[in-house]
Design a protein around this ligand. Structure first.
Ligand code: NAD
Ligand code: WQD
Length: 340
């Protein structure tokens, strides 16, 4: 019988693409999502693309009784844990919400997992846990640093608590996946990123400028010590990222304890290079202005992706042109996102 995977946050951006990849690979999937920032429409579309649905449970990872019931009624072999809040600016204004959701929520989830005898967990971490490294590219051997905001600190705290947990009980089998900058959308144009309100991240902001929802892009800082003065990041296509989760899940079957893998492409692009690539893919000019640096931003951040290549047999396949074309297809076909 196929393994059943619990995907927390499976109605969100990365979770929905990963749910699709799991279904396509033959897994059974149970999604738990409170729909705070996700949409049940995304799961309807996942079912359409996969030809079969995931089981959807609307609920919260902080609800222990619900989790106990979920684990009792489904034979879960592993948990992919995407659920959490992710808006950096909001985390500065409302830190307790972030610690409660991201840290306490993970504690409750792990308690329920242990109670149910489920010890395999894949956690959505972030390159933000490296802080501001003095050298590029960033490899997993680098020490974690000081994230510049409560969101980032919540990710680092969860990493630490999961390491403590694994040290206390050898049955825990945990992957910490440190994503670089997820972008793009499913090639069908049916799944993509659906930000609430004005986007904070570069790609959703650029797409909303291109469709005329926003007037122009502000480029945060043109005086960084980078190729053209603007910030450099390692953008990774969300479908490649989803695939990385499947590869991690497979690799964990033969590994113990805690494993850390960067999920990035190993290539950095500047904001101006991103604008140029987006203009090319969309065929539209992208009005922008150069403004001051955004507090908390670092100059550059890209991954050494060799460990995942070696240990997971995973390498990002999709280049910048594809990331932009897929983002644009999603944005133009769904100007209001999932609109629910
Ligand atoms: P997202 O907001 O689209 O998805 C998160 C999902 O979790 C949403 O559907 C939301 O409704 C749900 N959720 C939030 N709190 C919940 C709770 N308490 N109980 C149940 N469901 C809850 O975000 P995403 O971009 O898909 O990110 C997924 C994960 O990856 C997050 O943990 C995020 O921190 C992490 N991550 C994201 C990025 C990025 O740039 N997108 C980068 C690094 C790490
Ligand atoms: C990318 C580049 C900006 C918006 C954040 C989180 C991180 C991770 C991913 C999430 C930077 C520039 C952006 C704009 C701009 N986590 N930019 N104008 O800051 O690398 O990472 O998202 O869960 O933890 O911090 O991503 O997309 O916001 O910015 O010039 O309107 O684009 O300065 O150089 P970032 P981003």
């Amino acid at each position: 019988m196929a393994d059943t995977i619990l995907v927390t946050g499976g109605a969100g951006y990365i979770g929905s693409h990963t749910t699709l990849a799991l279904l396509e690979a033959g897994y059974e999937v149970v999604v738990l999502d409170n729909l705070h920032n996700g949409s049940s429409t995304s799961l309807d579309r996942v079912a359409r693309l996969a030809g079969k649905p995931a089981t959807f449970i609307k609920g919260d990872i902080r609800d222990r009784a619900l989790l106990d019931e979920l684990f009792a009624s489904h034979s879960i072999s592993a948990v992919l844990h995407f659920a959490g809040l992710k808006a950096v600016g909001e985390s500065v204004r409302e830190p307790l919400r972030y610690y409660e959701n991201n840290v306490s929520g993970t504690v409750t989830l792990c308690q329920a997992m242990a109670h149910a005898g489920v010890f395999r967990l894949v956690f959505s971490s972030s390159a933000t846990v490296y802080g501001e490294p003095s050298q590029m590219p960033i490899s997993e051997t680098f020490p974690t640093g000081v994230p510049t905001n409560p969101y980032g600190r919540s990710k680092l705290m969860v990493e630490e608590l999961l390491k403590d947990l694994a040290a206390s009980e050898p049955r825990w089998n945990i992957a910490l996946l440190r994503y670089f900058n997820p972008v793009g959308a499913h090639a069908s144009g049916l799944l993509g990123e659906n930000p609430n309100g004005t986007p904070n991240n570069l790609l959703p902001y650029m797409s909303q400028v291109a469709v005329g929802k926003l007037e122009k892009l502000s480029v945060y800082g043109a005086d960084y010590p980078t190729v053209d003065g603007t910030g450099v990041r390692d953008y990774i296509h969300v479908v490649d990222l989803a695939d990385g989760h499947l590869k991690a899940l497979q690799a964990m079957a033969t590994r113990d304890g805690v494993n850390v893998w960067n999920l990035g492409t190993g290539i950095g692009y500047s904001v101006l290079q991103m604008i140029q690539a987006f203009e090319l893919a969309s065929g539209r000019p992208l009005p922008y202005q150069l403004v001051a640096r955004r507090p908390g931003d670092i100059a550059e951040c890209w991954s050494d992706a060799s460990l995942a290549a070696k240990e997971l047999g995973w390498k990002a396949q999709r280049g910048l042109a594809e990331m932009m074309a897929d983002t644009w297809r999603w944005q133009s076909a769904n100007p209001l996102g999932y609109a629910d």
